[in-house]
Design a binder for this molecule. Structure first.
Ligand code: 3HC
Length: 330
């Protein structure tokens, strides 16, 4: 069903300039591209890469928080964390399904995750060392994810944009429950407030890295923005996240671990924004390339889950095959 839509309009491998211009005109007219529409191979590949890695991030992102479900300080906290982790799994399934509309299988995407070909967000290669990290992950990581995902609701590719609408609604619950944990800690004992500050200190810079390299170093942004997959650049979204989060930290009475953070009214065309310290891009690439504290453990846990679930997939596929054979015989 998808083969006709996946490559150039003539169904052949070359893509004429006329085809490319007609496709770009659809993008510029804010039309939604659907799975069976003819699309440039580059557009398809960019989406398979981004949506697949986004899905991997959601599923691997369950692990740092899953670590604290049995350690939650109350039943209420346990219920909220359980709901959040379950949501992330669902986000992964939406996104794998969106990627499958582009002709790639879940098995292929999982294989690429497990063999290291495909990435997931670097933030999930940092350990979650205290309960305050559950607050900081919800507040900062999901806060950064929301900043990046709201524009994706207007992505030119229909299935991705539609998947994002429900994801974003659930992310706002994730961010709020995290911020409420931080607020409770900051209103608690000095030791609890110190725990919240420690979590902010450890996760602030890795959260800024979630938005990707600076615009000038981004390999994909130019194409992604031309095709309206990305609506804002990496640095624009990072700047929006910082501006929103600094005020929240002030309300908590926490200090952002960046002495170079400075408001400047002239930034963003006079709307103002923050200058910030330099991100340690050597750390970013080291973690992205697999040398973070938790990289090995995260992929090992995904591999174990994939292997342990093989019998469920086989049983479901066998059942489906039996049913369709029975229906064909009727
Ligand atoms: N972690 C790992 N890899 C990263 C990265 C990060 N934080 N930021 C960038 N990269 C990689 C890119 O994947 C690309 O590598 P590739 O060519 O092998 O794919 C390379 O660095 C160059 O970066 P670019 O900026 O050129 O790449 P993109 O245009 O793809 O931009 C992105 C990166 C902004 C992350 C973009 O892919 C995106 O918006 N993705 C969708 C949202 C997403 O995946 N968010 C991740 C977190 S999801 C989450 O947090 C779930 C929540 O529920 C907790």
């Amino acid at each position: 069903m998808y083969s006709q839509g996946l490559i150039g309009a003539d169904g052949g491998s070359e893509e004429t300039q006329e085809f490319l211009d007609a496709f770009q005109a659809r993008i510029d007219a804010e039309e939604k591209i659907e799975p069976t529409d003819p699309m440039p191979e580059g557009y398809r590949r960019t989406l398979v890469r981004q949506i697949g890695q986004h899905a991997h991030s959601e599923v691997v992102g369950m692990l740092p928080e899953g670590n604290w479900i049995s350690r939650a300080p109350s039943l209420k906290r346990k219920l909220a964390l359980l709901a959040k982790v379950q949501d992330e799994g669902g986000h992964g399934l939406y996104l794998y399904s969106a990627a499958e509309t582009l002709g790639v299988t879940r098995e292929q995407m999982t294989e690429e995750l497990l063999d290291g070909t495909a990435k997931y967000s670097s933030i999930f290669n940092y350990p979650t060392l205290s309960w305050a990290d559950m607050g900081a992950v919800g507040w900062l990581v999901d806060g950064a994810a929301i900043m990046n995902q709201i524009p994706l609701c207007r992505c030119s590719y229909g299935p991705y944009a539609r998947a994002m609408i429900r994801v974003c609604a659930e992310e706002s619950f994730h961010q709020r429950q995290g911020y409420e944990i931080m607020l409770t800690l900051c209103k608690g004992t000095p030791a609890q407030k110190e725990m919240a500050q420690d979590a902010l200190n450890r996760l602030w810079w890795p959260c800024l890295m979630m938005f990707g390299p600076h615009d000038g170093d981004s390999a994909h942004s130019e194409k992604s923005m031309k095709w309206k997959i990305k609506r804002f650049s990496n640095d624009e979204l990072r700047g929006k996240f910082i501006a929103a989060t600094v005020r929240q930290a002030e309300f908590l009475g926490l200090t952002i671990p960046d002495p170079d953070l400075k408001w400047d009214d002239s930034l963003n065309g006079g709307k103002g924004g923050y200058h910030h310290g330099e991100i340690d891009w050597s750390e970013f690439w080291r973690v992205v390339k697999g040398d973070g504290v938790m990289n090995v453990e995260r992929v090992e846990m995904r591999k174990a889950a994939w292997d342990d679930g093989a019998w469920v997939r086989e049983a479901a596929l066998a059942h489906a095959a039996k049913r369709s054979a029975k229906m064909a015989a009727e």
